[in-house]
Design a binder for this molecule. Structure first.
Ligand code: SF4
Ligand code: SF4
Length: 222
């Protein structure tokens, strides 16, 4: 899922301080699961911003709606009447959701309520960790399902840098060395021979260095 962090009430107050009537829009998918931008978080943030604005003697009217997915026009279109009634929209979706709303409603300011962080998983209660940088050419099969592009701090593709200590990364001591994890994993599935392969430099044109990416799959068009 996409993992995001909520901006503070102070930041949200600053984002909206030129408007008197604002729509807060939550998203029911990834950001609900990571407790950043679902119905509950929209309610709490709405309360906080209303209070902050009241204390500053700049009261604001806030409408609140949470839709299933902010990155899908099928759900965004239902927002049109509420957007029409508001001076601005605050999106509690990921950054893709924010941009989807801005495209759909070109005449309205759309502000991000979250800081979008990474693609990751819930590691343990209230802790999310990054697992993928979206490099566009997945090599997980080569590394036992552990991504060195994302999880090795130096993005090493052909073995460890040699600096790890007590199985921790030399750059980030609070993180395990990704290559230690890869070695153990390949060992446990009987595929250590994969480490004998030399990987050429990665083709970053398939990643973000090639500009914003687009996927077209005509076979799914009807
Ligand atoms: S190899 Fe690329 S696509 Fe696969 S997990 Fe790593 S960053 Fe993501
Ligand atoms: S210690 Fe391990 S995770 Fe850290 S940079 Fe070196 S190889 Fe990568």
């Amino acid at each position: 899922m996409i993992v995001a962090s909520p901006k503070s009430v102070t930041e949200l107050k600053q984002l909206t301080d030129r408007h008197q009537k604002v729509l807060f829009v939550g998203c029911g998918t990834c950001v609900t699961v990571c407790l950043a931008g679902g119905e509950r978080e929209v309610g709490i943030a709405g309360y906080g911003v209303r209070m902050a604005r009241k204390l500053a003697k700049q009261p604001v009217e806030i409408d609140q709606i949470t839709i299933e997915r902010q990155c899908d026009n099928e759900f965004i279109k239902d927002l049109a009447p509420a957007v029409e009634r508001s001076q601005a929209v605050v999106s509690f979706g990921c950054a893709a959701g924010v941009q989807a709303l801005a495209e759909r409603f070109p005449g309205k300011p759309v502000y991000p309520a979250l800081d979008t962080q990474f693609m990751g998983i819930l590691e343990e209660q209230a802790t999310w960790t990054e697992k993928c940088m979206g490099c566009g050419q997945c090599m997980l099969a080569e590394f036992g399902g552990i991504c060195p592009v994302t999880r090795c701090t130096k993005h090493m593709l052909n073995g460890p840098c040699g600096g790890s200590t007590s199985e921790h990364c030399e750059v980030a001591a609070d993180k395990p060395c990704a290559w230690q994890l890869i070695f153990k994993r390949l060992q446990s599935i009987g595929q250590l021979d994969r480490l004998e392969k030399i990987h050429p430099p990665k083709d970053w044109s398939k990643a973000w260095h090639g500009g914003a990416r687009k996927i077209v799959r005509p076979e799914h068009r009807i």
